[in-house]
Design a protein around this ligand. Sequence first.
Ligand SMILES: [Cu+2]
Length: 222
Amino acid sequence: MKRCRLAVAIASLILSTASIAEDQYKTYRAVHNSNVRAAPTTNSQKIGYLKEGSPVRVIGSAAGGNWHQVRLTSGQMGFVFGKLLEATNGEGTLEASEPSLKGGPTEAPEDAFAYIVWPNDGEIIPGGDFVVLFGLHGMGTAPAGVDKPFTGHHHLLIDTDLPPLDQPIPADDNHVHFGRGQTEYHLTLPRGEHTLQLLLGDANHIPHTPPVMSERITIMVP
Ligand SMILES: [Cu+2]
């Protein structure tokens, strides 16, 4: 009985090893400019970047197949959202590089990022009346006007692209400042599709270098 179980265990080990080895030769191409992340979630740290059309070696999948596990040229493993890659038959080498966005004169740690705790990307919010929860990794929040290293205050970008990253962030209905260091915001949005993105600003409301921001998420008010 024990020997039988052992044989099954060995067989399944060989099977899983074989499928991993096969996966190592699957080449995919980035359909859009794509972030490579440390974990299979849009809230996790960015560890690299794939330009549109770049080939990438896929070594597995995660989160129910919604994310590809990839290996960077550095040997580091990361994750790319599934829809951002398409399979190719061609050969290619991996090109991954760090994001090179430049902000203002205030420095931020390389690994700092902001993230929207709630709502999730793709969330459907009946009534459009909700609280956005802000997250910040690798830095602290400070009120506007307070010039302390590695701090900043949140700005919520609503239905807009990123503003120029080396100038003060505009203040209007699409760019809301949280100058007291707030980490949540009660928002009411009309029916339709909306985008939300966090962008941290320094004491003078200018993004850091590198800029500290979240993914831009899309929500729907039915
Ligand atoms: Cu501000």
